[in-house]
Design a protein around this ligand. Structure first.
Ligand code: ZN
Length: 301
């Protein structure tokens, strides 16, 4: 009896040991499978990837790794940044990123693209971004005729803001009157062609947008005057001073300031205001930047 029991125990132990070995075998095979050395093809791919990464890293280094500091740095623009830097050694890396984001490395009107954020107050239309011939903004409404001459339309949100602005100025006996707001593509075509005939293309381009490139087609811009002075003299009026202090409180900005000609592509226009919304207008005023810079560093990143 004792021997039989011993034999049974032995068999039991053997079975347990066998099971342990089988489990161990399975575990080892799984581990080695996972750690299998890459095939030669994979190795090549990995090496290539490593090479690309280091080339990219080198490029980041050329820009002092500023990509880690600026949230508007665009990887897609890396080569453009470096090319621009080559020709503009005097600029800081930060300015290089900003300028390229503003497309200042491109020829005006040469490499254009459809405007982003259409039908919103974020839209940027300039010499790099355009709207099509068919673009008519949604929600165009007539401005109350006590604040405009003739039938002047703006996008509802801008129209309401403009009326509030003009009403506030009126309380201080100042007239801020819209004299040109929404303009269709065809209207702009005639206007631009007339200016070109008068002044030549080069001059006309400093103050008039080519068709599809005028902010007036967005329904968010207004040219104003004070009823007594011609609009080109707006700069010399009390109304202009008032606008300097208060336009942003209604979501408007002076769109083409004197010190931003290189960025906007337009000469100083004391009479042209653009609705961008309260938050943007406040930011732009506080930071003393152009709408182009705001777009390139805050909106479109
Ligand atoms: Zn204008």
């Amino acid at each position: 009896m004792k021997n039989r029991k011993k034999a049974k125990l032995k068999i039991k132990n053997i079975i347990i040991i066998l099971i342990v070995f089988i489990l161990l075998g399975i575990t080892i095979s799984i581990i080695t499978k996972n750690n299998a050395k890459p095939k030669i093809k994979d190795k090549k791919e990995i090496k290539q990837k490593e090479k690309i990464l280091t080339e990219q890293e080198k490029k980041y280094q050329e820009l002092n790794n500023i990509n880690k500091k600026l949230d508007y740095f665009k990887d897609d623009y890396l080569d453009r940044y470096l090319e621009y830097k080559k020709n503009n050694q005097n600029l800081s890396n930060e300015q290089i990123i900003k300028n390229v984001n503003m497309n200042l490395d491109l020829e005006k009107y040469e490499q254009t693209q459809p405007a982003k954020y259409q039908n919103t107050e974020k839209i940027l239309v300039n010499k790099y971004y355009n709207v099509g011939q068919d673009y008519i903004p949604e929600n165009l409404e007539l401005i109350d005729n006590q604040y405009a001459i003739g039938n002047m339309k703006m996008v509802k949100v801008a129209k309401e803001a403009f009326e509030s602005l003009s009403a506030a100025a009126k309380k201080e006996n100042l007239n801020i009157i819209a004299m040109s707001t929404y303009r269709s593509y065809d209207y702009q075509t005639n206007l631009y062609n007339r200016y070109v005939a008068q002044d030549g293309k080069e001059n006309a381009d400093t103050y008039s947008g080519r068709p599809g490139h005028s902010e007036h087609q967005t329904g968010l811009a207004a040219d104003v005057y004070n009823k007594t002075e011609t609009y080109t003299n707006f700069e010399r009026t009390k109304e202009y001073q008032w606008m300097q202090e208060h336009a942003h409180e209604y979501g408007f900005i002076l769109r083409f300031p004197e010190n931003k000609v290189d960025e906007t592509g337009y000469q100083f226009e004391s009479w042209h205001y653009r609705y961008v919304g309260l938050e943007a207008a406040k930011y732009i005023k506080e930071h003393n930047i152009s709408f182009e810079e705001y777009f390139a560093t805050v909106i479109d990143k």
